[in-house]
Design a protein around this ligand. Sequence first.
Ligand code: C5P
Length: 421
Amino acid sequence: MLKNKSILLVITGGIAAYKSLDLIRQYRKAGAAVKAIITKGGEQFVTPLSVSALCENQAYTDLWSLKDEVEMGHIRLSREADLIVVAPASADFTAKLAQGRADDLASTCLLASDKDILLAPAMNHKMWENPATQKNITTLQKRGVNIIGPENGEMACGETGLGRMSEPDTIFEETASYFRDRQRLTGLKVVVTSGPTHEPIDPVRYISNQSSGKQGHAIAEILSKWGAEVHLVSGPVSLPPPAEVQYYPVITANDMLNQVKALMTADIFIGVAAVADWRVKTPSDTKLKKAANAAPPRLEMSENTDILKYVSSAQNRPALVIGFAAETGNLMDKAKAKLKSKGCDWLLANDVTHTNNIFGSDENHVNLIKSEKNNEFSCEEWPRLSKKEVALRLAHEIANKFKRCEREGKDDKNLNLISTK
Ligand code: C5P
């Protein structure tokens, strides 16, 4: 799993740094290339010489090294890696990372990096339990940093508690599992809709909604990272498109429908977009003007095609069709009715009674409802999570589903039979 992978290992100051030497050995044995950065604190526990010898690569220590900056540069160091592993991650380094500081080579590299990070904290249990550290860890998790451990046990200081760095075997396993996940959706084509739509009234005005696109974009990003061929059809949002997805910006619900149709067939369709239900039947070509004593203009509306419903009943229906439902009150009943009427396989439903908590927020609180055999449903409430974490959980559900189908010996075309009935 690690063969030919390139890992950037950051060793920060903690007694557990000696275990990183074994971790390097395991990575190398598995065929990964390892480059290491040792912080000033890390150098108190392991030497650049031993780290370099095990990596079979020079260990990097200094942000201001003329030689390294000429030959390599901290930007390139982070770009070349497939994954960054911080082990051990001290309380101080964790805080730095959470704050986005860049005052040494390691923190600068990580701030300049767009690579995923596995972080194995190691510290005294009181430091770990401190609300400041816990807040930093939560901040990092919300940003998508994977935290490994820490473990419970006796510490170098003689106290016992939660704070020991996970063993190199565990960190190695987590690293292998990270790369395994990157292949879990290989070969699957996914179409995701995201964001709102704009339905024009006249050349300067439109009808829209509060969708930010954060959830749809996060889903597209993780599925693509897991190896799927992702096509993201998005209404107007202020987010950049995730790297490596094929991106189709659209404006109206009709544009979105046509783009989705053009992208069919697919293995999976995920309708996250908050598509406008209605459009103005005949938008004005010129700006509508106020006139003294005139009544406000009356807007005649037409219904937009329901894209999710269309895809669910299309002849070339994807094997798995997933919808979203934002409801106010009586969530589960409405969501189950919606799943049935749309004809999709799964629905992620959230209560938007207090809209400020969901729209535009970085967090989401969803229930996953699956259509099961004999008109039954299975429902699972997920805790309030960051939208990235919701996307990750959904990726696991999708990967498990397709794995289960493979085990049952069904080919892709039959997957919907398993999904729905
Ligand atoms: O009916 P409602 O708009 O609440 O349904 C929400 C779900 O249906 C979302 O998955 C959304 O992407 C999808 N939808 C759609 N086309 C529409 C309206 C909603 O795909 N015209």
